[in-house]
Design a protein around this ligand. Structure first.
Ligand code: ADP
Ligand code: MG
Length: 247
């Protein structure tokens, strides 16, 4: 569905993304780990057409982002690391506005807004102002926005970073639910546990390069995991659930 080939991004002399290659299939979950500054957001911003690459290509459903951005963007949804905030709008008002921008047909807009709010569990919040919502619900408004227009894959940049312990887990369960509905999810996270719980294809990005990839278990056990984070990461099992703990 998404094909990233030889992607390079330089900011001046600084190489933020270094000849990245990977593919994303529909209906799968992919987790991107990597320390701050690894190039995760830069990669996502290029994949979603918010930033231009220095070289390399991003193809989405056969459409090259640079050449056919509108066609390419139709197949994906994006929740950036710092989402645009509209604190004075209700979720419904904001989603109507975002849906129009995204090109959802006028006659289908109302039903589409209801559909995505139902999916992410924010229907009961529709009268509250976004500015008054908890961070957990606000993040769900962002995911609802990414889901507008029924894209095959949604791209989420650190969606759980600012959520409390409970909301983090509920958010991961939401990702699981979206996958069960056939939606592909690519997300960055600072929590190896999330990748482990989801059992997703996982990579570690460092200095703009993929330095480990495979299932979450293998990646956590990879020597690069401990090297990059300068900590020993171990997988332990409690009541049949595996979690990752630093030593
Ligand atoms: P991550 O999301 O993994 O934390 P980023 O993609 O935000 O990483 O950043 C990758 C690298 O590029 C970092 O070294 C960062 O400082 C640099 N960088 C990001 N955006 C810019 C920018 N607009 N101008 C210059 N350097 C940038
Ligand atoms: Mg980032």
């Amino acid at each position: 569905m998404i094909e990233v080939k030889n992607l390079v991004k330089k900011y001046g002399n600084h190489l933020a993304v270094d000849h990245l290659n990977f593919t994303i299939e529909e209906g799968h979950i992919y987790g991107f780990l990597g320390p701050n500054g690894a190039g995760k957001s830069t990669t996502m911003n290029i994949m979603t057409g918010y930033l231009s690459a220095t070289s390399g290509t991003v193809r989405i459903a056969g459409h090259e982002m640079l050449l056919e951005p509108e066609e390419a963007k139709r197949h994906i949804g994006y929740l950036p690391e710092i989402p645009p905030v509209y604190p004075d709008m209700t979720p419904r008002e904001y989603l109507r506005f975002a849906g129009e921008l995204k090109g959802v047909a006028r006659g289908k807009l109302e039903a589409e807004v209801e559909r995505v709010m139902e999916l992410t569990g924010i229907t009961s919040m529709h009268r509250r102002l976004i500015g008054n919502l908890s961070k957990g619900y606000r993040q769900r408004v962002g995911v609802s926005c990414a889901l507008l227009g029924d894209p095959e894959v949604i791209i989420l940049d650190e969606p759980t970073s600012h959520l409390d312990f409970g909301n983090q887990f509920r958010f991961i369960q939401l990702v699981e639910k979206l996958q069960a509905l056939g939606i592909g999810v690519l997300m960055t996270t600072h929590f190896p546990d999330h990748a482990l719980y989801l059992g997703c294809d996982t990579v570690i990005l460092d200095k703009g390069e993929i330095i480990a990839s495979g299932n979450a278990r293998d990646v956590i056990n990879d020597e690069n995991m401990s090297r990059i984070y300068r900590i020993d990461a171990h997988i332990v099992e409690i009541d049949g659930r595996e979690i990752c703990v630093p030593f």
